[in-house]
Design a protein around this ligand. Sequence first.
Ligand code: ZN
Length: 116
Amino acid sequence: MKDREQLCKKFTELIGWHWHEFLAENKGQYQCSCLNSVIYNDKNELNKHIKKSNHTYKTPADVLKVMARRDDYNEFICSFQKKYRLDINEFIEKYIIESDTLLKAAVEFLEERNGK
Ligand SMILES: [Zn+2]
């Protein structure tokens, strides 16, 4: 699994969603970790399901939309001011323009909240 995919998986699991991945193969039949009732007769079909099901959080907006559903959203947003002492320009430069930094920050925030 690539680093970026690993990051997406971690974020997905931290927010309590399911990450889809190959679970098992038995006599040419493939099953996804979501344990849906569909058994795939072809690994490509399983891969299509996985690709379609997993979130990719390609933009900072994708991360913010997910975080905004949480009760601790304000705390997350305020952490950039409090913890990193960033003004809005620095925030935009570091977390909106630079790719995946907001996703990493969200993972870090959620891990800290979970006491990891
Ligand atoms: Zn699945």
